[in-house]
Design a protein around this ligand. Structure first.
Ligand code: NI
Length: 168
């Protein structure tokens, strides 16, 4: 188990198209363990390999929801289907302390491989769909800040907005 350094926006690793995984070896499994450790340590719901400087198509997701077969390891993930729409605040461990409003599909169906290179399908709505799509974008060198409508705000500003909404 090890924590890896999370690359922040501006780092070239976050703008590259990652290479597919062809075989799973000890280094791959160590990387996946480290992605989970690093994600949980930073209290995120997803982390992609390029965020720790490894340009491979691997990401982990754990939304912490009861209804999910989580945690998920996504190797060479592909989006098969999306539908609907949701708009919500979204953040990224590579953009620390900030969130922005992003509109995304409300449903996503994704094909990926597990750590034994068995193909599987995961379907998600709401937060899980958002997390799956967000992480897969990282593997193609894209980040949520490209899709934000409105300014990036701090977590404190978001808390203030949510408080005001409750009072209304
Ligand atoms: Ni991210």
């Amino acid at each position: 188990m090890a924590l890896r350094q999370i690359r922040e926006i501006g780092d070239a690793c976050l703008t590259r198209v990652c290479k597919p995984v062809k075989e799973i070896n000890k280094r791959t499994l160590d990387l996946i363990d480290d992605l989970f450790d690093t994600m949980y340590d930073a209290e995120g719901v997803g982390l992609a390999a390029p965020q720790v400087g490894i340009l491979r198509r691997i990401a982990v997701v754990d939304t912490g929801e009861d209804n999910q077969e989580s945690p998920l390891v996504l190797i060479n993930p592909e989006i098969l289907e999306v539908s609907g729409e949701q708009t919500d605040y979204e953040g990224c461990l590579s953009v620390p302390g900030k969130v922005g409003r992003v509109t995304r599909p409300n449903y996503a169906k994704v094909k990926a491989y597990d750590t034994e290179m068995n193909e599987y399908i995961v379907e998600g709505e709401g937060l899980l769909a958002r997390a799956l799509l967000h992480e897969i974008e990282h593997l193609d060198g894209h980040m949520y800040v490209e899709k934000v409508n409105g300014p990036l705000i701090t977590n404190e500003e978001l808390a203030e907005i949510l408080r005001e909404q409750e009072e209304e």
